[in-house]
Design a protein around this ligand. Structure first.
Ligand SMILES: Cc1cc2nc3c(=O)[nH]c(=O)nc-3n(C[C@H](O)[C@H](O)[C@H](O)COP(=O)(O)OP(=O)(O)OC[C@H]3O[C@@H](n4cnc5c(N)ncnc54)[C@H](O)[C@@H]3O)c2cc1C
Length: 576
């Protein structure tokens, strides 16, 4: 039997939960559901460490929302839509205080106010935090609030398809991982808050569930994806595992050191040093490693990582401000950061691009027309507040500001809408067929094998540094991966708790997203923010001060562009 809701939100991370709480607060009579393929509190948001930015002025009274906006826009290499950034930074103090009122346990100053630390690319100390477990503190509080508000939670349901008919989103098809049951849900509004896609690459700070499903479902429904070439490499992934060592560690004073013992950031961003934005710091580390000044596991030069050195910070500071980062290095690679430097190198971290939305979170189709009934927020959306490079601690902020705002818009939007009509049987049959086809596959490859190959291709051909013929070769290889995907074979043929079915569906998402990233990167013949083309090393505002819109189809990805909204700061050369 088909189920109906006024609003269905896909994603139990910060963006989805914040929106749900807002809708329930505004109109408690609305029927709201949150669906997540994990349990909501296992969404990747829970892993956020460093903090959330807001110009509260608790430690720096010279800060202002305008300064926060300028840092964000400069950090974005002028690709951010400036009106959207103004909303983000102006609203920031209020949404953080609202979180505090909900019960989020922020770290404190001696006078009892919320503490704020330095972060890369921010010119004032404005990042609020709960030690180095900020995402955990916020998400747990939001999920308790959801329960209090009576929001229905469907956890461990995998959403397979967005139902879009005649320009209107009507609902979705989901699959219960435990029972193998298919369910069509119709609703007056659907919101995607499905997070990022770090698993497209072989080394990432992201959770296993970050497979870009929401992006792929949107693309497969014929809608565009925006700015997908802008993939954020976080400078300090722990070597060799790739898990994140938060920027908070550098915010609290750690050094980056090469094999010659130099603080090499002096050669790349002398005024900001270790607190330069992530794109610049990641390129600096990659350049040091390429020039032979990286370090090997035995300590000799010429290796694949550099050092993150905390030793001068002292035990008291390390253990009170960033205890989790110390523990990670100790547990995962056996390094005691009180006495030894940590081995780090860039790791895939964040997706600046996503589903294009207006400032109310409503999804945009061709020629900026609005898609009825469809909203998106958080990392899966591209508003765009991060442009070509996101500043640390601005993403949690985006989830909260725009999750709340989109929730408020939806609460209003559904008041005058009727539940749409859907041919339920048609969608159930198609979904059953998709899963049955996977179970029936008699190919010779296992998913792990082909996925590993795919991730290696993305990493090798579309990494920190990019070039025309390398991207072109990468794209050819991806076509071969798509071909081999059709020749996979599942070991597990059961219908209950068959995680291999989920892996196969997720892998299809990864391929769609990977092809879109590479095609968008090939077409942007300039260097801006996180996208660096060795064959076009300059930023080219004349031709590319524009957002990319990629239209996916299995045979071809069509690329178009749209102008950036510049309302506050004229683009200038970006130096630190
Ligand atoms: C290790 C780490 C540390 C970070 N630290 C910071 C930080 O300190 N400050 C900061 O600002 N940002 C940080 N970020 C970035 C930030 O955490 C994320 O961008 C943000 O939390 C994303 O939230 P979200 O709500 O958009 O998505 P997520 O929290 O990723 O949630 C996505 C949700 O969608 C669900 N979902 C996805 N696909 C499907 C599907 N097919 N069916 C059903 N459900 C689905 C998932 O189950 C999940 O519930 C960090 C990121 C990482 C990886």
């Amino acid at each position: 039997m088909m189920i109906s809701f006024d609003v269905i939100i896909v994603g139990g991370g910060l963006a989805g939960c914040r929106a749900a709480v807002e809708i329930a607060r505004i109109d408690p009579t609305l029927q709201v559901a949150v669906v997540a393929k994990t349990h909501p509190i296992r969404s990747h948001s829970v892993a956020a460490q460093g903090g959330i930015a807001a110009s509260l002025k608790n430690v720096d009274d010279k800060d202002s929302w305008e300064a926060h906006a300028f840092d964000t826009i400069k950090g974005s290499d002028y690709l951010a839509d400036q009106d959207a950034v103004a909303i983000l930074t102006k609203t920031a103090p209020d949404v953080v205080i609202d979180l505090e009122h909900m019960g989020v346990l922020f770290s404190r100053l001696d006078d009892g106010k919320i503490a704020q630390r330095a972060f890369g690319g921010h010119t004032h100390n404005r990042t609020c935090y709960a030690a180095d477990k900020t995402g955990h503190a916020i998400l747990h509080e939001l999920v308790s609030n959801l329960r209090r508000c009576g929001v229905h939670i469907y956890d461990e349901w995998y959403v397979m398809q967005l139902i879009l008919e005649d320009g209107e989103v009507k609902g979705l098809v989901m699959y219960h991982i435990e029972s193998g049951q298919f369910q069509v849900v119709r609703s007056k509004a659907v919101m995607f808050a499905t997070g990022g896609y770090g698993r497209v690459y072989n080394t990432t700070s992201n959770d296993f569930a970050c497979t870009g499903d929401g992006l792929a479902m949107t693309a497969m429904a014929g809608l565009p994806l925006q700015d997908m070439e802008f993939v954020q490499f976080h400078p300090t992934g722990l070597y060799p595992v790739g898990v994140l060592i938060s920027e908070a560690v550098r915010g609290e004073g750690a050094y980056l050191i090469n094999s010659q013992g130099e603080r090499f950031m002096a050669n790349y961003a002398p005024s900001r040093m270790e607190l330069a934005p992530r794109d610049i710091t990641s390129r600096a580390i990659t350049s040091e490693i390429r020039a032979g000044r990286g370090i090997n596991p035995d300590g000799s030069p010429g290796g694949p990582f550099v050092y993150l050195d905390l030793r001068h910070m002292g035990k008291e500071k390390i253990m009170s401000r960033i205890p989790f980062c110390w523990e990670e290095a100790h547990r995962l690679v056996g390094v005691d950061a009180l006495n030894e430097p940590m081995p780090v190198r860039p790791t895939i971290h964040y997706c600046m691009g996503g589903i294009p939305v207006n400032n109310d979170g409503q999804v945009l189709a061709k020629n900026d027309t609005l898609v009825s009934g469809f909203f998106a927020s958080g990392e899966s959306a591209c508003i765009s507040v991060h442009g070509a490079n996101r500043l640390g601690s601005n993403s949690l902020l985006e989830c909260i500001v725009y999750g709340k705002r989109t929730g408020a818009v939806i609460a209003e939007y559904v008041q005058n809408r009727k539940l749409p009509a859907i041919d339920e049987q048609l969608y159930v049959r198609n979904a059953e067929q998709t899963v049955q086809d996977l179970l029936d596959k008699k190919g010779m490859y296992h998913i792990n094998q082909v996925r590993q190959e795919f991730q290696d291709i993305m990493t090798e051909y579309c990494g920190v540094y990019r070039k025309e013929h390398i991207l072109q070769t990468g794209l050819d290889k991806l076509r071969n991966i798509q071909e081999r995907y059709s020749q996979i074979c599942l070991n597990d043929k059961s219908k209950c708790w068959n995680t291999e079915i989920i892996e196969a569906l997720e892998f299809q998402s990864l391929i769609v997203v990977g092809q879109t990233i590479m095609t968008s990167a090939l077409n942007r013949r300039e260097s801006r923010g996180a996208h660096f083309r060795e064959d076009y090393p300059q930023r080219d505002d004349k031709n590319f001060l524009q957002h990319t819109l990629a239209y996916y189809s299995p045979s071809n990805i069509d690329i178009q562009y749209r102008p950036v909204r510049i309302t506050m700061f004229e683009p200038k050369e970006r130096k630190y």
